[in-house]
Design a protein around this ligand. Structure first.
Ligand code: SAM
Length: 274
């Protein structure tokens, strides 16, 4: 069964009396080459376990199951569970769990698979891309995260300091991982077609985060405050994010760290934020 074939997708959905659920970001891949490329590139060792988020009707899941030791797939839509039992019946190394990734205890679910290493691979539901990536990076149990996202989100994650796309989310992602945009995917490769172009981005999770931040919560609070007032001086953002400093105190801190008092937050690299 070719699960990327539009006729097959329609037949399978009809067989189980299902419609595409917009509220779950259901845009299924219809291009075999794209699905195979993602599965080929998401991990370098066949002994790994792959966590997939949102298997849909199982097109990517099947390719992952053919390449890697175990696949654990979390699907929120209860209606798709019997579909997946049907389409993935032949694959004994796939475990489907009917759960919302945002509510799942990832460390507990993945505990039996830690030995061989775990990577994430997914065509993400776009409505919750940032919360999912945040949860995945904070779970701190993955070697890499390879996901399809909106192209503009991929550009934001991989942005360089000082560019228009550079944001607090960029710093958050790059603090935990090294990003690389693998390739773009046009809207015509999905059903139904989204209104945006997509891209596959890979985050190689840093084994050690030797950035030197003494207190990560203060680091991230600083980053958030620094981006809260774009195109304004860093001292304004810091003074508003740390009211205890006041404007003068914020300027003093900035100068004491060796920066010009007029520096803008969105030009700083991670080591500079540290
Ligand atoms: N992997 C399939 C493909 O590439 O054709 C489907 C991808 S589709 C963009 C997103 C999938 O994520 C859907 O199956 C949707 O039901 C599922 N999903 C949406 N929100 C979810 C959540 N919070 N937790 C788990 N799965 C979710």
């Amino acid at each position: 069964m070719n699960l990327c074939d539009i006729k097959t997708i329609k037949q399978v959905m009809a067989m189980f009396s299902l419609n595409f659920r917009k509220e779950f970001g259901q845009n299924f891949l219809t291009n075999n080459m794209v699905v195979e490329d993602i599965a080929d590139n998401c991990c370098t060792h066949a002994d790994s376990t792959i966590l997939e988020i949102g298997p849909g009707i199982g097109s990517l899941t099947k390719e992952l199951a053919e390449r890697y030791k175990n696949v654990v797939s979390l699907e929120i839509d209860h209606g798709l569970i019997p579909v997946l039992k049907y389409t993935l019946d032949a694959y004994r190394n796939v475990k489907i769990i009917n759960e919302d990734v945002m509510k799942a205890d990832l460390n507990q679910i993945l505990a039996p698979y830690l030995a061989g290493g775990i990577s994430v691979c997914a065509n993400l539901p776009y409505y919750i891309t940032s919360p999912i990536l945040t949860a995945l990076l904070e779970a701190d149990c993955f070697e890499s995260v390879t996901v399809m996202v909106q192209k503009e989100v991929a550009q934001r994650i991989a942005a360089k300091p000082g560019s228009a796309d550079y944001s607090a989310f960029t710093v958050f992602c790059q603090y935990y991982a090294q990003p690389e945009i693998l390739f773009d995917v046009p809207a015509g490769c999905f059903m139904p077609q989204p209104k945006v172009t997509s891209a596959v981005i890979q985050l190689q999770v840093r084994k050690e985060r030797n950035w030197g931040a003494l207190d990560e919560s203060i680091f991230f609070r600083t980053v958030k405050a620094s981006f809260a007032m774009r195109r304004k001086k860093l001292s304004n953002g810091l003074a508003s994010g740390f009211p205890e400093l006041g404007k003068l105190g914020a300027a003093e801190v900035i100068e004491a760290a060796g920066f010009d008092a007029n520096v803008r937050g969105e030009t700083l690299s991670i080591p500079e934020f540290v």
